[in-house]
Unconditional design. Sequence first.
Length: 240
Amino acid sequence: MYIHLLHLNRVPYSEGLAIQQRVVAARKQSLIGDTLLLLEHPPVLTLGRNSNRSNVVASDEFLAQRGIELHEINRGGDVTYHGPGQLVGYPIFDLRGDWPRKRGPHLGPVDFMRMLEEVIIRVCNDFGVMAQRIPGRTGVWTIAGGNILEKKIAAMGIHVSQGITSHGFALNVTTDLRDFQWIIPCGITDREVTSLELEADLAHQPTMEAAINSTARQFGHVFNRQILAVESLDELFATV
């Protein structure tokens, strides 16, 4: 059993969304197997199903001047930011497959989210960054110590249609965190965001390539599948 991995480099959000929709449609028709898309986006804001427009604090004029697009999408969650240095992952999986933690005809979306969090927690650990879940708050957070509160290092939100997942996670690797000032990330006002670069020590400084390799490896471990890299959409669609 495989998870096909396609690394798309940096693509505009609208293009990435169109690719994702194409892959979802193919997965629904069983034309391809379970697939993980990894990519970066130029600066963009996305609003999930549970979003509040007031959590975008930058004005429309400011965003327009900077060329920052805003997309309303069907994933769960509130507003988030994507930009260079952030590893975005779109796992397009059939929850009816043979997955760990599956207790019925399909893997539950909540269990799927916990598995995504586990992947990113392990990725953080690969870079010497201790990370955790926080009950009631989706995503992955650094571990608090002393007077230091937890910080969010990865945001998550998914959509499930006909048993097929889309959207996924955004892990701050070398992200310019100043861009998060344009929003109230995920609508949370009492915690800051952080990145692997900021949290890792000098012996574990991340690169995007290293983060991609770690993410692929940990997806294989957590979801108990072999990871099979493909070079293009054409190669992906030729796998079945």
